[in-house]
Design a protein around this ligand. Sequence first.
Ligand SMILES: Cc1cc2nc3c(=O)[nH]c(=O)nc-3n(C[C@H](O)[C@H](O)[C@H](O)COP(=O)(O)OP(=O)(O)OC[C@H]3O[C@@H](n4cnc5c(N)ncnc54)[C@H](O)[C@@H]3O)c2cc1C
Length: 460
Amino acid sequence: MDRPAITETLTTPVLGEYDVIVAGGGASGLIAAVAAARCGARTAVVERAGCLGGTGTSGMVAQWIGLFNGSVRCVGGIGFELTQRVQAAGGSEGFRRYTLAEASANPVTITNFPFNPEVVKIVADEMASEAGVDVYLHSRVVRALVEGRRVQGLVVENVGGRGALRSAMLVDATGDAVVASAAGVPCVGEEPELQHKRQPCTLVFRMSNVDVRTFRAMPREQKRAIALEGLKEGRLAWESLSFCSTPGELDAVCLMSRIHGIDALDPRDLTRAEQTGRQQIKSIVSFLQERVPGFERSLLGGIAERVGIRETRRIVGRHTLTTEDIVGGRRFADAVALGAGPMDLHEAGGTGVDLWMPPAPFEIPLACQLPQEMEGLVVTGRAISATREANGGARHMGTAMCLGHAAGVYAALASRGEASLQEPAPEKVRQVLRNQKALVSSDDAMAAAANDTPIVARAA
Ligand SMILES: Cc1cc2nc3c(=O)[nH]c(=O)nc-3n(C[C@H](O)[C@H](O)[C@H](O)COP(=O)(O)OP(=O)(O)OC[C@H]3O[C@@H](n4cnc5c(N)ncnc54)[C@H](O)[C@@H]3O)c2cc1C
């Protein structure tokens, strides 16, 4: 639809010059920024929320998964360090066995790392500050600065107005490929035919004063029967009673709302997602309190600041990760990160979820993070180059952390001319990552598994 337009002439002050700027400070962006700074790059991270941590903090998705495939650890380096620091700060009791979507038709038992998002916010601040990262919170990236075929920085808007930040390298960690798309990098995910195929959004909420142990002790069949009743009565939004619990087991962080037909790149849809999510929460809360053992005395303790988005756009990079790559255990000479799974696609328009574990850790090459032509840019997290199905297994926060580590190292090297789009120098990137204890290949994961002392505790 053609809309009337106005023409603006803008003069934008340059607020800073960096070697590396990371757009988006979520699971991936936080680790990317710390990694780049630890490699000696003058680094900034720009985040629209008031905290770092992304979907794990402002989205309140309070468990990191994708760190273990079976008993094999897939995340080392700065991502693993983050888990240890959160645990040391009292924000988690560590890794546990956990059954995802337990009340659904096909649950999967995995290893998770449940945490208190408020502690993660604090630890994330500390890690960024110790590494010397300049953090810009409450700052939205609105434009990429592109000259020729090279990204040179970005424009941000915040309470101080509008400003430009220049950099030798940019890491797009927005999850939505905001910078890549603005710079003209080809992306998928916005096609009109996907309108009713995108995975649903979920607005997460926290119930306080829950007797988590009573709920967990219930047999799965009983949980499923209750969930199906709730669905039939129109009081639950899908067939799962999924929640994770923070230390102390008094809180349930509930992933129970399900909002369909949302294009999360459309602000009207996003508004609808938040408002519909809150109406669903109203209904779910009363159902939990009335009908679910363990929730009798519970109270609504909070709603995430932002609706959780599973799917928007992804870049078309130098390699597109596929399910065949994952299931076939394809080896890549430029592997820089490991995925663990589970493969996790929520049914569009319905109540089901396609959930299964890949047979082994899978390698993700640097080529999935690099655009085909645009210099100065590396993409990380949910927006890397992958098919929809493969993305379902590569979008978990553990995997986002490994990818962030790789993106940060690559960006730091590229900012001083030691890597480039034409010569990405994957061996050098892998060497630096390994020096920083990252696991970059299946062999690394197997070697770590042989040496690791068991760290996965009891079932949650
Ligand atoms: C409902 C739901 C449940 C999930 N469950 C789990 C789970 O249990 N465990 C798990 O590990 N993963 C889970 N995931 C997947 C996971 O949370 C995401 O895929 C993951 O967070 C991706 O990491 P990321 O760093 O790419 O994105 P994010 O963590 O979303 O971070 C992106 C960051 O970029 C910022 N940003 C975006 N645009 C701009 C802009 N223009 N300017 C400035 N900043 C910007 C955002 O504010 C955000 O902080 C779930 C996802 C959803 C939606």
